[in-house]
Design a protein around this ligand. Structure first.
Ligand code: SF4
Ligand code: SF4
Ligand code: SF4
Ligand code: FES
Length: 967
């Protein structure tokens, strides 16, 4: 564990001292087992002990002595360009810069004297002589370090005048939707350039020219929007002046206060300060105290928050008897009563199992917990499932089977200790950007990277990143590749015999070893299957097998397959085989797609498990819930999402409560999903927008955005982080309150006054959450479960001494080819993924300026495949599979290999999931989104599905407008 060590403040391991202060230069990071060399020095007559390597500036900051600075900030390495931080050191000549000078034993430092004051004023004079004097009307007035420094150094006049050669006429770059670059205000401190390099790792900015001509340049003197910039905002955050400024601040003024909360987009779980003016969020600033993001952000969390007050928000409940009828607005009481009566009527007529509920990974733990509680206690069945069914359910199954716990093993910090990193079936720079920046930093420090992906994702090669191996396997062959990697490690004798003997089940290992050593699993044999030459597999296996610390990161490109669970187990096998489990820098790390995938699974959203991954069939598991809730819980698992759809189509399943999830857009085989939803007698949708699923609903209950709620999210590291209310819910009710009133109307009363009480109940009933409470979260900032008596501060690294299941289990992972085969009729394999600017079904990001980067889903196709079909870049293409047809624009690119096409599913009208099939993982029914045999051809006009979708969708929007107009 890294310690940001401060002997003067008794800091805890892993803590940044005061995340709201800027200490000028980064803290020295020290390993827990490292001895800290402290030096004692005196600054302005006060004695301080600091670790060797600390800057004088930082040491002074710990004594609350703030040395003036412009080019230094504690998120970046010291640079020493502005010279305003100069100090005097006894026995040394001159005036060294305190940001670049390290503390030494016995040093005597003076930060203030006549001479230093004069020198600082001289420097400031030069800056100000080439700076617009429009402070009163500047957007940064009151939040500008240049302004502050002018005051601090006592600048009273500028002897050079303001009329010499200057940059005051420099033209603003207003190309970017979220921030403006005003070069007239630039002091060329390079903080932006360094932030883009050190923090983000994109290298989009440079200082162009020399001396007076020096200026910040995006790309090759391009506009920001045309450059390589990925809009993470790190440069804006680092800028000490108004040169790089958020447009939201320019338009609305500076914020008045802030609330620390957690990003509601991806599974990285970045902490943000929501900065507010009145009741308006003016900007989201990544919080330095966030242990998942350490002060960094991506374009979604940083800038794409405007959806929360978008005009499309529905804030009044609506009801109707039939989906071909217009909506009627209703009071909360009417809507809830209407919904409850419908559910009761259905259960009376079709039986208690004819209804169910779906929880969402976008909602908080507390909300999700309540929905599963409502289903089990008020509906009286176990028909509850979650959208993790269609993403990471194989992770739950695979890791539970092999390691004993359905969760990743590490912290994000752990990457800083990795020597060899395998990224398989994940695209972190797009889907988990803040973590990707950490990973890229480690790669720049020298760690080696193996990418296993059918596409050439950015990590394969980007500025200062060059992967050792890109194993560009064919979609659907992960297990074949993983087995071949393990085969080589065993064949070469690279397994960690001691670890296996001490930590893993003997019999299972020997059985597995026999299986994996079979020549059918050799790279030579699997080269045929995967399309990856044997020698590349061998080289990659040797690299990982010989790594000091080898870490594996994977995503939906592993799980969303017919052998998703098998692939997860094969990954766990690889890690156990090489002893890469149970310490920093190693592990098995599922990168979760949505913000609370981990939490939704933890909270008992699956039909077979109560919170904490405990099977409903076990009496001792059900008992405490039954006792506390005062009900009997069925001891049989309920229906999974695909079973619900099949039963709905068959007429046996009639009512569904769906909170925060968009099944109609995100689930595979859209036409089947639509048939199922149409067949329901009562679909209750709780959401912030009329999403695609809501168009089939009978009851619409307005949801709250993340800015309107209290609760917690759990990220990919098992980190439980607080979500705090920044504004009142637009609909008047928080989501947990809505579930509570619905439950009451159904006859099962829940009585919570605040989400903290829900967490208290979760802690009472779930051993891995025993020590979690809002008070503890406030004290710690965030906690990684398990958190209980055994680990009162949570568990950063899992399986340290022993596996949760006792001994690690090597599962035999036979490669079985998917049924989804290419044929003459469907000769290409389509795989799907995400882009940086959009999030999942796009309901949020499509309602922001992020649309500028990805306004439609396109089909990536290799030039050979395009040429063979006479397709030009930008042509509209019909994409046909065994499930259906849709239309996408062609993007001809060598990112995909011949025979493979790729698209995203962020736009409903594209209907990417009209094409994906019902195939699914053998163990969990997670859909096989990543492998669909298709053919593409040029076409004009929409597919049949698109025409009927457009008609239906327009009708539903008209129904909504009618309801809003009548109200
Ligand atoms: S927004 Fe991020 S990627 Fe773009 S220039 Fe700034 S630091 Fe670089
Ligand atoms: S844009 Fe801001 S951070 Fe970048 S060099 Fe200019 S003043 Fe410094
Ligand atoms: S990386 Fe994920 S959690 Fe972090 S700001 Fe971006 S979307 Fe939000
Ligand atoms: S702050 Fe030290 S040289 Fe700029």
């Amino acid at each position: 564990m890294l310690q940001y060590y401060d002997p003067n403040k008794n800091s805890q391991p892993g803590q940044v001292i005061d995340p709201r202060r800027d200490y000028g230069t980064p803290a020295i990071s020290i390993d827990a087992d490292e001895t800290v060399q402290l030096v004692t020095l005196s600054i302005d007559g006060q004695e301080v002990k600091m670790p060797e390597g600390t800057s004088i500036m930082r040491a002074a900051a710990h004594l609350d002595i703030n040395i003036p600075r412009l080019c230094a900030t504690d998120s970046l390495q010291a640079f020493g360009s502005c010279r305003i931080c100069l100090v005097q050191i006894e026995g040394r000549k001159g005036f060294p810069a305190s940001c670049t000078t390290q503390v030494e034993e016995g040093m005597i430092v003076r930060t203030q004297s006549q001479e230093t004051a004069k020198l600082r004023r001289n420097i400031m004079e030069l800056y100000i002589s080439d700076h617009p004097l429009d402070c009163l009307t500047c957007a940064a007035n009151g939040d500008c370090q240049l302004q502050d420094m002018a005051g601090t150094v006592g600048l009273r006049e500028v002897r050079y005048g303001y009329h010499g050669e200057n940059h005051l006429d420099a033209v603003k770059d207003e190309s970017h939707s979220y921030f403006t670059f005003d070069p007239a205000k630039c002091i060329v401190c390079s903080r932006c350039v360094r932030a883009c390099e050190e923090v983000q790792g994109t290298f989009a900015l440079t200082i162009d020219g020399r001396g007076f001509e020096s200026k910040v340049s995006a790309g090759q003197n391009e506009a920001f929007m045309d450059s390589e910039c990925v809009s993470c905002g790190a440069c804006v955050q680092a800028c000490p002046t108004a040169t790089l400024m958020e447009n939201s601040v320019i338009e609305n003024g500076l914020p008045e206060h802030d609330v620390v909360t957690t990003c509601a987009y991806c599974g990285v779980g970045c902490a943000f300060k929501a900065e507010v003016r009145g009741d308006q969020v003016v900007r989201m600033v990544p919080f330095k105290g966030g242990k998942a993001n350490r002060g960094h952000s991506c374009v979604k969390g940083r800038f794409a928050f405007g959806y929360s007050t978008h005009k499309d928000r529905i804030t009044k409940p609506m009801i109707r008897n039939n989906i071909d009828e217009p909506w009627q607005q209703a009071s909360w009481e009417e809507a809830v009563e209407f919904a409850a009566n419908k559910i009761k009527t259905i259960q009376k007529e079709y039986g208690s199992d004819s209804v169910g509920g779906i929880t969402s990974s976008r909602c908080t733990n507390e909300e999700t917990y309540l929905v599963q509680k409502l289903v089990r206690a008020a509906f009286g069945n176990n028909n509850v499932d979650t959208c993790a069914r269609v993403c990471h359910s194989p992770t739950g199954y695979g890791l539970k089977t092999t390691l004993g716990e359905s969760a990743g093993t590490q912290t994000f910090d752990s990457i800083e200790k990795s020597d060899v990193i395998i990224v398989i079936g994940a695209n972190p720079t797009d889907a988990h950007p803040v973590f990707a920046s950490r990973m890229k930093r480690r790669l720049r420090e020298g760690a080696k990277l193996i990418v296993a992906d059918p596409r050439r994702i950015d990590l394969v090669k980007s500025p200062h990143i060059d992967s050792e191996h890109h194993l560009n396997l064919l979609p659907g062959t992960n297990v074949a590749l993983l087995n071949a990697l393990a085969h080589v490690i065993v064949r070469e004798g690279l397994e960690d015999k001691e670890f296996i003997e001490l930590r893993c089940e003997d019999d299972a290992f020997l059985h597995w070893k026999e299986f994996i050593s079979d020549p059918k699993n050799s790279p030579e044999a699997m080269a045929q299957v995967t399309g990856v030459p044997a020698e590349r597999i061998i080289a990659a296996a040797k690299l990982y097998g010989r790594a000091g610390n080898g870490a594996i990161y994977y995503g939906l490109g592993v799980t969303e397959h017919s052998q998703g669970s098998t692939a997860v187990m094969a990954i766990a096998n690889l890690a156990m085989l090489t002893g890469n489990i149970g310490r920093e820098g190693v592990g098995v790390n599922p990168l979760r797609g949505q913000n609370n995938v981990q939490g939704a699974c933890d909270m008992g959203s699956f039909p077979h498990e109560l919170p904490g991954y405990r099977h409903v069939s076990i009496d001792s598991v059900r008992e405490p819930f039954e006792k506390l809730w005062g009900v009997t819980i069925k001891n049989e698992p309920g229906l999974r999402i695909p079973n619900m759809f099949d039963a709905a189509v068959a007429g046996r399943f009639k009512g569904l409560y769906c909170q925060g999830e968009d099944l109609a857009q995100s689930d595979p085989n859209t036409q089947h999903v639509e048939d199922a939803l149409r067949n329901l007698d009562c679909l209750i949708v709780q959401d912030i927008f009329l999403n695609e699923t809501a168009k089939f609903a009978h009851v619409f209950l307005p949801g709250a955005s993340f800015l309107e709620k209290d609760g917690t999210f759990t990220n990919a590291e098992r980190r439980i982080s607080p979500v705090r209310k920044v504004m009142a819910p637009l609909s008047g009710k928080a989501d947990w309150e809505v579930t509570m009133v619905l439950s009451k109307a159904l006859g099962f009363e829940m009585n919570y006054q605040h989400p903290s009480e829900i967490m208290d109940e979760i802690a009472q009933l779930t051993p891995t959450f025993e020590g979690v409470s809002y008070q503890r979260l406030d004290e710690e900032g965030s906690i990684q479960w398990p958190c209980n008596d055994a680990s009162p501060y949570g568990t950063p690294i899992m399986h340290v001494e022993e596996f949760v299941r006792g001994e690690g289990f090597f599962a035999v992972t036979e490669y079985v080819a998917t049924d989804e085969k290419v044929t003459k009729r469907f000769p290409l394999l389509m795989t799907t993924g995400r882009v940086l600017s959009q999030y999942n079904v796009g309901a949020q990001t499509r309602r922001t300026d992020n649309m500028e980067w990805h306004s439609e889903d396109v089909l990536e196709i290799h030039p050979h495949d395009a040429e063979y079909r006479g397709i030009d870049h930008g042509d509209m293409l019909q994409v046909s599979s065994r499930a259906g047809d849709t239309m996408l624009r062609a993007d001809i690119t060598e990112r995909v290999q011949p025979g493979v096409v790729y698209t995203t599913f962020h736009h409903p009208e594209t209907g990417a999931n009209v094409v994906t099939t019902d195939n699914s993982d053998w163990a969990t029914n997670c859909p096989e989104y990543k492998v669909t045999a298709v053919e593409v051809r040029k076409m004009r006009g929409q597919s049949d599905w698109q025409s009927s979708y457009e008609k239906f969708s327009q009708q539903q929007v008209a129904f909504l407008q009618e309801a809003e107009t009548q109200a």
